[in-house]
Design a protein around this ligand. Structure first.
Ligand code: ADP
Length: 392
């Protein structure tokens, strides 16, 4: 079965083409375009390039296209990407303005370009379907909650891959199986001891998720992808009273406040240097106070959420780092793990220093908990779900 995974941003379209044989996925081709004015209208050209390559006989050979949709109003899970999905995306366009409009446009475009291929959407919120109401609700009046204001959670495919892969690395095939089949079977009891994982997806946007027996118990991300940890240029958690206060104090309107919170805040806002942690780290090393503050704030926030899940899970068997920063940033991993020996987390500084963008256990040999670096593999999670949906 040939499954094309479509990754749509406001100015980019990237794809990865998988041949799926059971759970195993072989990447046959990947490509795309970046820095285009309109991602959806660039899809046709990118597919022409794919067809011109030798990976597949023709575009007709593609059985399905998978979309890693972010947030749908009143809709989650892994579903056929039809008009209902487009409506759900458009219903929350203002909540995820960088993500939802390109996906709605992209799904429509693929319907025209590859009419014979099945279209499947896997929402990034799907991993959090089983989070307890005590953790998924905000303390709001009924009318707000009825309007859909709640903690959704994001990076679902990435944290789900961590749930699967960390269980495999720990020799817990029972939990790995539950995690892999979660979206079709729901949570299942496991035979062995409870498996407690804290997953840190640290990249352009970041979140920390607590996982028990392959199922998320909660996450740092809330209603929108602008919550939780400081993001590259989005604010992260902020007291709701701060917005109306700052609008009055600074004399700005709601649109301008939203623009600043979604584009000039986060690591960029605090550092006043860059939205990229590499630039910020270089500035911090050269003595820039704002850059130092941004890194320290990110580390503080990550540790805050690790602490929350240490208590929620009653301890941890594996702490996992994934995504651009988590896979590559040695100093940040060290800072996050500093002083956590009392919680069973001790890294080996040398193993940590040697690990960049490869799968590794960077815990000290005598550390009770494992500390894994697991390269992100969201596309494989999605390709497996697409295959499962088509096979059913
Ligand atoms: P996205 O969330 O946009 O998919 P990534 O997961 O690639 O992005 O994370 C992007 C961030 O990861 C960048 O802001 C950068 O700070 C960091 N990063 C990516 N690659 C490296 C690297 N080789 N070394 C250090 N940091 C990196």
């Amino acid at each position: 079965m040939l499954v094309l995974i479509a990754n749509l941003g406001s100015t980019s379209f990237k794809y990865r083409l998988f041949r799926m044989e059971g759970e195993a996925g072989e990447v046959l081709a990947s490509g795309g375009v970046e820095r285009v004015a309109d991602a959806a209208s660039a899809i046709g050209g990118a597919l022409d390039d794919l067809a011109a390559g030798k990976a597949i006989p023709g575009l007709d050979a593609i059985d399905a296209v998978g979309f890693k949709t972010v947030l749908g109003k009143g809709l989650t899970g892994c579903v056929e990407a039809d008009e209902r999905v487009i409506e759900a995306l458009e219903g929350f366009s203002d909540v995820a303005p960088a993500h939802n409009p390109p996906y709605a446009a992209g799904i429509r475009r693929f319907a025209g370009l590859l009419p014979g291929a099945k279209r499947v959407a896997l929402f990034e919120t799907a991993f959090y379907q089983w989070v307890k109401p005590s953790a998924s609700n905000y303390a709001l009046p009924r009318s707000w909650r009825d309007a859909g204001v709640r903690r959704h959670g994001f990076h679902g495919a990435s944290h789900k891959y961590v749930a699967e892969r960390s269980a495999e690395l720990l020799g817990r095939d029972d939990v790995a199986r539950v995690a892999r089949r979660l979206y079709s079977d729901g949570p299942r009891p496991v035979a062995g001891a409870p498996l407690r994982v804290i997953s840190c997806h640290l990249g352009g946007s970041s979140s920390v998720t607590g996982i028990l027996n392959g199922v998320a118990v909660g996450t740092s991300m809330g209603f929108s992808p602008q919550s939780g940890l400081p993001q590259n240029n989005r604010v992260g958690d902020l007291d709701s009273a701060a917005v109306p206060y700052a609008m009055r104090a600074l004399g700005i309107g709601l649109d301008e406040a939203q623009r600043q919170l979604a584009g000039e805040s986060g690591l960029l806002g605090l550092s006043e240097v860059s939205n990229d942690i590499r630039d910020i780290a270089a500035a911090a090393a050269a003595g820039h106070d704002g850059a130092r503050l941004a890194i320290d704030h990110l580390v503080h926030s990550i540790r805050h959420w690790i602490g929350a899940f240490l208590v929620d899970l009653g301890g941890v068997d594996a702490l996992v780092f994934t995504a651009g920063i988590g896979e590559n940033n040695v100093a940040l991993r060290e800072a996050v793990c500093a002083g956590l020996e009392g919680f069973g987390i001790r890294i080996d500084p040398q193993k940590n220093a040697q690990c960049r963008a490869v799968e590794a256990d960077i815990a000290a040999a005598d550390s009770p908990a494992r500390v894994f670096v697991i390269p992100a593999n969201e596309e494989l999670v999605l390709a497996r779900e697409v295959r499962r949906m088509l096979s059913n």
